[in-house]
Design a protein around this ligand. Structure first.
Ligand SMILES: [Zn+2]
Length: 423
């Protein structure tokens, strides 16, 4: 064996497996059992700490990260001003500068346990700078992270000449997933036509779909039902993701529950993006203010696979963030009122195996035969990961140690502070 992790609490879908050893050979997990006695090049004693499959960021815009303030600050903090700033800034970028900013943000994410990232690349730019930069990075950084690129039409596909060509150009250049933004098209008909274009391209090319869907507070934004219908018609099931879906927050309950049943039956995934949606949505409300998040708890109860994305990291829409998926899950936990014991674990699942299902990852998880993408947390349980947000002491990608973090140590009056509950 190359590496053996001893005495791990293994994070599984259901109950954790306590005090297991994990053997890694090459890029693969060779065994997960009690008391592995084989020789290994390196042995790490986990001391009962939680070992999980890598964290997964299901939705981020790596072509915009760290761009906050470069053109000018977003003074109102609104989505609208963010889009104006982005439009002015976009043509001034270079491929190298995009890559440099993205590389930095990727390393933040990796240091905090992420091994898989699905990024959107803005295709509304004839030069296709975003796609070029991210395709190059996807290959260059393969040793530390797996990246999926979504061809994302920030301005729309059907609402201006050349929109379809820009989408096809990005996909021809190597984008992996077909994106969209139907609620941003000028008319409902254009939005509907854009969804047809997205499904046609995906079907023709054998690609997955991830659409910014109904990311508005308007209860009449109803493109999720169009996506569900097309997912059914074409039998595309779990290869389709609808991101945001915040209009669902404002739907009447009779419609929302009917729709959620259909979403579940279609097997379409939903990605929630708590950082951006909490900051950007419901800006026109007085009080009471809507939370602007999709119905995560109710979707899960209906049997829908829901995952979580970081969305923005210091960009024109959201000036904060450090690429911390545990932070994103913690915000979802609070905003969606998921404080039941099992619900807390589910919030951890949404940045691990549920996102793996969302992204269609095969060979994910802590199991014999899986790709050895692992995180050791300085905490013993999923719930403590969300409560303490501990260091990811060791992060492995394909069996290689790619990141180490020393846990912080606090003392009060000379005594070491222990953030566990004790006995
Ligand atoms: Zn987004």
């Amino acid at each position: 064996m190359d590496i053996i992790l001893k005495n791990a609490n293994v994070a599984h879908r259901d109950e954790p497996v306590r005090n297991a050893d994990i053997a890694i050979k090459g890029e693969t997990i060779a065994a997960v059992e009690a008391n592995i006695t084989a020789e290994a090049g390196q042995t790490i004693d986990c001391g009962g700490r939680l070992v999980s499959g890598s964290l997964i960021d299901a939705h981020v815009h790596l072509d915009a990260v760290l761009a906050a303030g470069l053109e000018r600050d977003n003074q109102s903090g609104t989505l609208h001003e963010g889009i104006e700033i982005w439009t002015d800034f976009k043509p001034k970028r270079t491929v190298e500068a995009i890559k440099e900013r993205a590389r930095r943000a990727i390393d933040w994410e990796v240091a905090q346990g992420a091994g898989f990232i699905r990024t959107h690349a803005d295709v509304c730019d004839d030069a296709q700078l975003s796609t070029q930069a991210l395709v190059e990075l996807r290959d260059e950084l393969r040793d530390r992270v797996d990246i999926q690129i979504v061809a994302f039409p920030q301005v729309g596909i059907k609402s201006f000449p050349g929109g379809e060509k820009q989408m096809r150009d990005s996909l021809d250049m190597g984008a992996d997933v077909v994106g969209g933004i139907p609620h941003n098209e000028v008319t409902r008909e254009a939005g509907h036509a854009s969804v047809m274009f997205i499904f046609d391209e995906a079907e023709k090319r054998g690609l997955k779909i991830d659409v910014h869907c109904d990311e508005v507070d308007d209860s009449h934004a109803r493109f999720l039902e169009v996506m569900v219908e097309q997912t059914f018609q074409r039998g595309m099931g779990a290869s389709v993701t609808a991101s945001h879906c915040v209009a669902m927050h404002s739907y009447n309950n009779a419609y929302a529950y009917r729709l959620m049943g259909w979403v579940a039956r279609s097997e379409l995934n939903v990605t929630a993006n708590p950082f951006d949606n909490i900051i950007l949505q419901a800006r026109e409300d007085s009080y009471p203010k809507r939370r602007g998040m999709t119905r995560v708890k109710e979707l899960l109860q209906a049997g829908v696979n829901v995952g979580i994305g970081h969305d923005s990291i210091m960009d024109p829409w959201y000036p904060l963030g450090r690429g911390d998926m545990v932070d994103a899950a913690s915000l979802a936990l609070h905003v969606c009122q998921m404080s039941g014991v099992e619900e807390i674990d589910t919030c951890f699942d949404m940045i691990t195996w549920r996102n793996a299902q969302n992204l269609g990852l095969e060979n994910y998880g802590v199991a014999s035969g899986a790709q050895a993408d692992l995180v050791i947390f300085d905490a013993a349980s999923k719930a403590d990961v969300l409560r303490i947000n501990p260091a990811c002491t060791h992060v492995f990608k394909r069996g290689q140690l790619v990141s180490e973090t020393k846990p912080a140590e606090s003392t009060v009056m000379g005594g070491r502070v222990d953030f566990t509950r004790g006995n």
